[in-house]
Design a binder for this molecule. Structure first.
Ligand code: MOS
Length: 751
C-alpha cells in the first residue's frame, strides 16, 4: 500500500521535513543473508558499450537539422558590453541571437546574459547557427565592445575591503574559553586551500529541441528531474511536457546540477530558432572559467585545546571563503564541529565576494577543504602532545552526532582506523622515516579520517518488469554519472529475484519513464535508489511465485527462486522460470517499489580512514605519493568493484587537490590563466599511487532495508590531509597551503 508520509530528508548535511510517497517495504536483508550476486565483483554492465563507442553521450546526440549553439563570454573580470545584435542576426546562417536585451532568458530567475558581466567567462550572448562557420561570422558581426571596469579577484583584497557575499555564519556550543582554560596544550595554526576546478572529462553540454509545445532536452546532468523542473519553470510548461535524457555521462562531481547553463541556453536558442534542435557544448576553456569550482579557502584558522591524554577540550575555527556556494557557507567548519567529540566549539564562516565565476558543489563541498585544515591541525596537536596521531583520533571518537546530539545509526570509524593502520604498516612508520633509502628520499606515513552523510532517503522509486523470456528490466529515473550504479542496481535486482546477473537489464537516464529518482549528488544514489529497486524486485518476485503456484499447483509459500528456477522447499520441484513466464505472451509482469523513510531521531553517516605514504626529495621539493590505504565504512557493499573505483577516483582527486590542482588568476587582469588541461595540473597515471581499498562491510541496521550507505563523496575527504601529514612525518616540514607544490614545500622548509 502506498501512503504519503512526512519525514526528514537530508542532502549533503541539510535536513528538511517533507511529504514523500512511500510504499510498504519488505523486511530488511538479514545481516547473514548469503549473497550470490550482490556483494560479488562483476564488471560494469555498460562496459562494452562504453569502450566500443556505442554508449550515447550527449555529445553523440545528432538530431535532424541540429544547429550549432555558441555562447559568447566576457574576457574581462568586470566590464560593460555593447553588441551589434542586429548585424549578427543579418549574417546568413545565423538563426537566433540572444543577448542582455532578452531579460526573460533566465536561469533561477537571473538573466543569463549580462550587460555588465562580473567575471571573465560570464555569458554575454548566444547564437544558434547553421554551421560553425556561420557561428564565427555571427560572433564577428556581434562585435562586442567592452568598457573595462574595476574588479577584485584577490581574496586578501576582498577581505581588506570587507567585500562580503552574505552575512557570516557563527555558532557556538558549550563554553570555548572555559574549555581552553582546561587544556594542557593549545595549538594554533592557519591553513589555506586553492580553488579546484572540476574538469570532468565530458564538458558541460546540452541539446534541446521543441516539438510543438514539448521540450526534449539531452543534458549532461546529475539530475534529470531537477532539469525537468527548471525547464518547466523557465518556460511555464507542465513538467510532463518536458523530457530530459542523460543516458551516459563523463562525470559531474557536483558541477552539473539540473538543467545547467548550457542546457538552458540550448533550450532558449531552440525556442528562438523556431524549435530546431540546438547543441551547446563547452570547450575546455569554458570549463576552466565558467563551469564552477571548489571555493578557495583564503584562510582556515584553528585554535584547539587538549588535555595531556589527547582529550579535546575546546575548538575555535574561523574559515574565510572566496565565493562559497550561496547559502551554503558553513561546511568548511563542519569537520571541526562533528568529526570528533568536543563539548566546546566556536565556528565562524566568512564568505567573501570576488569577481570570479560562482563556485559550484564539488565532491564533498566545504567538508573536504575543511577536513584538510582540521585533520592537519589535529596532526599538529598530536605532535605537540607527543601522541600517536591515530591514538589522538581514537581518544576522541564519539557515537553521537555533535551538532544535533542524535546517535549515529552505525559507526565503525575505529575499525577503519585499526584496519588502515594494519594495512599501511603504521607501527613501522618510524623505521620507514628513519631509514636511509637508496633514492635519497625521505619517506613517511600520514593519516586522516572522514565523516560524511550519504544516508540517502526518499523519495526514490523503481519498477521492475519481466516478459515471457524471463529477462527482467529495472527501470528507474536515476542517472549513472559514471559511477557504475546501474550495475549495482542490477546486482540488487538479481539477488532479490534469484536470477543470474545476465538476466537483468537496467534502464536509467530518462524522465520519460515517469519513475522518479533523486539527483546523483550527496552520495545518495545507491542508498536512495537501490532499496527502491530491491522493493520493486521483491514485489515482482511475489507475483512470480503466485503465478508459479497456479502453474505447478503448489502453494507459492512452498516455492523459492534459485538461480533462475522455481524450487520447492522440499526440493521435489525445480523448473526454470520460463516455464511460467513463457506463458505470458506479450504481457509483462511489473513490480514497483520505493525507498522508505530513514529512522527518526538518528543520523546516518559514513566514516573512513586513509593513510598515505609519501616519498619526498627534500632538496628539490619533489613529492610523490607512493601508496594510499583507504578503509571506509559505508555499511553493506553491493558492488565491490564499482565501490573500489569510487575510492580510487576520490583518492586521485584528493591527491590532485593536495599536490597540484590550483586555479591561477592573473591579478592584473582578473582572468584565469590556466583554463586548460596543460597548465591546470590534474593527476595522471604517472602520479597514481598504489591504492589499497577495503570496506568494513557491516550492514548498517538502520540504513534502509539493504543496510548500505553512499560512497560518492567519502573517499575524497581525507586524502589531502593524509598526504600533508605524511609529508610532515617524512620531513618535519609542515605545509599549510594546498596544493603543496615544490615551491610551497621549499618555502615552508626554509621557514
Ligand atoms: Mo554533490 S558535490 O553534487 O555530490
Amino acid at each position: 500500500m502506498a501512503k504519503l508520509q512526512k519525514t526528514t530528508v537530508e542532502m549533503e548535511g541539510r535536513f528538511e521535513e517533507r511529504w514523500v510517497l512511500v510504499e510498504e517495504e519488505p523486511p530488511a536483508w538479514e545481516d547473514e543473508r548469503p549473497l550470490n550476486v550482490a556483494g560479488t565483483r562483476v564488471a560494469r554492465l555498460t562496459g562494452p558499450r562504453r569502450v566500443s563507442g556505442a554508449a550515447r553521450y550527449v555529445s553523440d546526440v545528432a538530431l535532424p537539422g541540429m544547429l550549432h549553439g555558441v555562447i559568447v563570454r566576457s574576457p574581462h573580470a568586470h566590464a560593460t558590453v555593447e553588441l551589434d545584435v542586429e548585424a549578427a542576426r543579418a549574417v546568413p546562417g545565423v538563426l537566433a541571437v540572444l543577448s542582455p536585451a532578452d531579460a526573460d532568458v533566465t536561469q533561477g530567475r537571473n538573466p543569463i546574459f549580462q550587460s555588465e558581466p562580473t567575471f571573465a567567462g560570464a555569458p554575454v550572448a548566444a547564437l544558434a547557427c547553421e554551421t560553425a562557420e556561420a557561428a564565427r561570422a555571427g560572433m564577428e558581426a556581434l562585435a562586442p565592445r567592452y568598457t573595462v571596469l574595476g574588479f577584485v579577484t584577490d581574496a586578501a583584497q576582498a577581505l581588506a575591503e570587507q567585500r562580503l557575499q552574505e552575512d557570516p555564519v557563527e555558532s557556538e556550543t558549550g563554553d570555548v574559553e572555559a574549555g581552553m582554560a582546561e587544556a594542557d596544550v593549545i595549538v594554533e595554526a592557519e591553513y589555506a586551500t586553492a580553488a579546484q576546478v572540476h574538469h570532468a572529462l565530458e564538458p558541460h553540454c546540452g541539446v534541446a529541441q521543441w516539438l510543438g509545445d514539448e521540450l526534449h532536452a539531452y543534458v549532461s546532468t546529475q539530475g534529470i528531474w531537477d532539469a525537468r523542473t527548471e525547464f518547466a519553470r523557465a518556460f511555464e510548461l507542465d513538467p510532463d511536457r518536458v523530457h530530459v535524457t542523460c543516458e551516459f555521462m563523463g562525470g559531474g562531481f557536483g558541477a552539473k546540477q539540473g538543467a545547467t547553463t548550457e542546457g538552458m541556453v540550448a533550450a532558449y536558442l531552440s525556442r528562438a530558432a523556431a524549435g530546431r534542435a540546438v547543441r551547446v557544448f563547452n570547450d575546455r576553456r569554458a570549463e576552466g572559467v565558467a563551469a564552477g569550482h571548489r571555493s578557495e579557502t583564503h584562510t582556515q584558522t584553528y585554535r584547539i585545546g587538549a588535555r595531556r591524554d589527547g582529550t579535546l577540550t575546546a575548538i575555535e575555527v574561523t574559515s574565510v571563503i572566496a565565493n562559497p556556494m550561496r547559502g551554503w557557507i558553513d561546511p568548511t567548519t563542519t569537520p571541526a564541529r562533528t568529526l570528533y567529540r568536543c563539548a566546546n566549539v566556536r565556528a565562524q564562516a566568512i564568505p567573501l565576494l570576488i569577481d570570479v565565476e560562482p563556485s559550484n558543489a564539488f565532491r564533498a563541498p566545504g567538508i573536504m577543504e575543511g577536513t584538510f585544515g582540521y585533520e592537519s591541525a589535529l596532526d599538529e596537536l598530536a605532535a605537540a602532545l607527543s601522541l600517536d596521531p591515530l591514538d589522538l583520533r581514537r581518544a576522541n571518537d564519539v557515537d553521537v552526532d555533535q551538532i544535533s546530539g542524535l546517535p549515529y545509526t552505525a559507526k565503525n570509524l575505529e575499525a577503519c582506523i585499526d584496519r588502515a593502520a594494519e594495512l599501511a604498516g603504521w607501527t613501522e612508520r618510524g623505521a620507514l622515516r628513519d631509514r636511509e633509502h637508496p633514492d635519497g628520499r625521505k619517506r613517511g606515513l600520514g593519516a586522516a579520517c572522514q565523516i560524511w552523510w550519504g544516508g540517502g532517503g526518499p523519495p526514490a522509486h523503481a519498477l521492475v518488469r519481466m516478459g515471457h523470456d524471463g529477462v527482467v528490466t529495472v527501470v528507474t529515473g536515476a542517472q549513472d554519472i559514471g559511477t557504475g550504479v546501474t550495475t549495482a542496481f542490477a546486482q540488487v535486482a538479481a539477488e532479490e529475484l534469484g536470477l543470474p546477473l545476465d538476466r537483468v537489464r537496467v534502464e536509467v537516464g530518462s524522465t520519460r519513464y515517469g519513475v522518479y529518482a533523486p539527483v546523483s549528488g550527496g552520495s545518495q544514489t545507491m542508498p536512495s535508489v537501490a532499496p527502491a529497486v530491491r522493493s520493486a524486485a521483491y514485489d515482482l518476485r511475489g507475483k512470480l511465485l503466485e503465478l508459479a503456484g497456479d502453474v505447478f499447483e503448489v502453494s507459492p509459500d512452498d516455492l523459492q527462486i534459485v538461480d533462475g528456477s522455481f524450487v520447492s522447499l522440499d526440493g521435489a520441484l525445480r523448473e526454470p522460470i520460463v516455464e511460467v513466464t513463457g506463458k505470458l505472451g506479450k504481457a509483462q509482469l511489473v513490480g514497483t517499489g520505493s525507498r522508505g523513510p530513514n529512522p527518526d531521531g538518528m543520523r546516518v553517516n559514513t566514516f573512513g580512514c586513509q593513510i598515505a605514504q609519501v616519498a619526498v626529495d627534500v632538496a628539490t621539493g619533489e613529492i610523490s605519493v607512493e601508496r594510499v590505504v583507504a578503509v571506509h565504512d559505508i555499511g553493506r557493499v553491493i558492488a565491490p568493484l564499482q565501490a573500489r573505483s569510487q575510492v580510487e577516483g576520490g583518492v586521485l582527486q584528493g591527491l590532485g587537490f593536495a599536490l597540484m590542482e590550483e586555479r591561477v588568476i592573473d591579478p592584473t587582469t582578473g582572468t584565469v590563466v590556466n583554463a586548460n588541461l596543460e597548465d591546470y595540473k590534474l593527476p595522471t597515471h604517472a602520479d597514481c599511487p598504489e591504492i589499497v581499498v577495503e570496506f568494513i562491510n557491516r550492514p548498517d541496521p538502520h540504513a534502509s532495508t539493504l543496510g548500505l550507505k553512499g560512497l560518492g563523496e567519502p573517499p575524497i575527504v581525507p586524502t589531502a590531509p593524509a598526504i600533508a601529514n605524511a609529508i610532515y612525518h617524512a620531513t618535519g616540514v609542515r605545509v599549510r597551503t594546498s596544493p603543496i607544490t615544490r615551491r610551497r614545500f621549499l618555502e615552508a622548509r626554509a621557514g
